[in-house]
Write a protein that binds this ligand. Structure first.
Ligand code: C2E
Ligand code: MG
Ligand code: MG
Ligand code: MG
Length: 300
């Protein structure tokens, strides 16, 4: 929930990111201003990619994570650091999403390669793809070029598409997703549970992962319906051979519930906020030296 996120950002006193609700609360006039500013942002390099970990249960939060999700940010000259929720909808409406999306994809894969070469970082990198990008006929060539550019192996890149994207034009979406899968890209359905698709329909898509929406995770400990939906989703997804990532985990209790129901990967502020790549690089290096000290002391 955007209010919670904003509250947390303030409370923690870090980053000071601005979050907005999904239905962007921006008047038409301001939308045009944002669009104009966004064009400048792209040209002047004001965009950045932050990364949030997806961890296996019982994983050491300082060790190499299973995956990192790339989330685009905008260093706005006046407003400060803006989260994706603020400008991605405007980028989609204006068509700027294509150039932004390609830039993020390239930057995330470049970073992944850098981490890999340094022997640190995640085993895979997850990048969000919006409906507009999925409908772009140039997408397959773009993705294929990036994979080649950074020598990425099968399943090292995962693309996240929302449930509604796959539903809107099922035939065409299936075709595009199959082409991506053919390139060795792993595919995840993002925000699962907020759309209207059935798991039976999802079975027809060449996907490997479901991301349980944080809408269900938030009150999982107190709301019986959310608990039931989450548990049922996990059970059915596993029946269909899909892996489940829970998003938006903010408390230990939420994490415990999800783990008790076999959730495969955990993501949320409780495990780590989206942060610049350098922050993670430093953290993993610290984790490694701590581990070295531990084993050295142990062997001494
Ligand atoms: P998403 O892919 O579902 O990403 C999760 C959103 O929830 C992110 O917001 C993230 O910062 C936030 N989040 C993560 N953990 C927690 C938590 O524990 N609590 C709360 N309250 N929030 C959490 P963000 O970065 O504003 O992104 C919003 C959406 O914008 C994303 O939803 C994704 O659909 C889209 N997006 C982000 N980056 C990109 C991009 O590079 N390309 C495209 N096409 N879409 C993007
Ligand atoms: Mg996502
Ligand atoms: Mg999501
Ligand atoms: Mg979401």
């Amino acid at each position: 929930n955007a209010d919670t996120a904003m509250y947390h950002a303030k409370e923690q006193g870090r980053n000071n990111i601005q979050y907005f609700t999904e239905a962007l609360n921006v008047a038409a006039g301001e939308r045009l201003t944002v669009e104009r500013e966004l064009r400048v942002a792209i040209e002047e390099g004001q965009l950045a990619v932050h990364y949030q970990p997806q961890l296996e249960p019982d994983a050491d939060p300082l060790a190499r994570p299973y995956a990192m999700e790339a989330l685009v940010r905008w260093h706005h000259p006046q407003r400060g650091l803006l989260a994706a929720g603020y400008f991605i909808p405007i980028a989609e409406e204006s068509g700027l999403i294509h150039v932004i999306g390609e830039w993020v994809l390239n930057e995330a894969c470049r970073r992944f390669g850098e981490w890999k070469e340094a022997g640190m970082g995640p085993r895979r990198i997850a990048v969000n793809l919006s409906a507009h990008q999925l409908r772009n006929p140039a997408l397959i060539d773009t993705v294929s070029a990036v994979l080649r550019r950074y020598g990425m192996k099968d399943n090292e890149l995962e693309l996240e598409v929302t449930e509604t994207v796959a539903m809107r034009d099922p035939g065409r979406a299936v075709e595009t997703l199959q082409a991506l899968r053919g390139l060795g890209v792993a595919l995840a359905i993002d925000d699962f549970g907020t759309g209207h698709s059935s798991l039976a329909y999802l079975k027809r898509l060449p996907i490997q992962t479901l991301k349980l929406d944080r809408e269900f995770v938030r009150d999982i400990e107190t709301d019986e319906n959310d608990a039931a939906i989450s548990a049922a989703t996990l059970a059915l997804a596993h029946e269909l051979g899909l892996r489940v990532v829970a998003e938006g985990i903010e408390t230990e209790g939420q994490s415990r519930f999800l783990q008790a129901h076999g959730c495969d990967l955990l993501q949320g502020y409780f495990y780590g906020r989206p942060e610049p790549a350098e922050v993670w690089t430093a953290r993993w290096s610290e984790g490694e030296s701590a581990e070295l000290r531990r084993t050295r002391n142990h062997n001494a």
